[in-house]
Ligand binder design. Structure first.
Ligand SMILES: [Zn+2]
Ligand SMILES: [Zn+2]
Length: 74
């Protein structure tokens, strides 16, 4: 029995040398090695360095959105 051609994957081949999971990824992303980002997209983190508040506007949390707006006005 053949196993998936992806390195480290020992699942049986479903199609095109790939297991069901990797074949699915190939179809969806065009790349079987594509892994979904760890963070779910529903909450975006603030772009500010060392800030992990949830972004509410333009990629910043409410506090930092205010700060960068003020800074951009100068
Ligand atoms: Zn696989
Ligand atoms: Zn922030």
């Amino acid at each position: 029995m053949n196993s998936c051609s992806i390195e480290g994957c020992i699942k049986p081949v479903k199609a095109k040398g790939l297991c069901a999971m990797h074949h699915q990824r190939m179809l969806r992303h065009g790349d079987p090695n594509m892994v979904r980002p760890r963070r779910v997209k529903k909450s975006i983190e603030c772009k500010w360095v060392n800030c992990d508040e949830e972004a509410v506007s333009k990629g910043y949390c409410s506090k930092h959105y205010y700060i960068q707006r003020v800074m951009n006005m100068v």
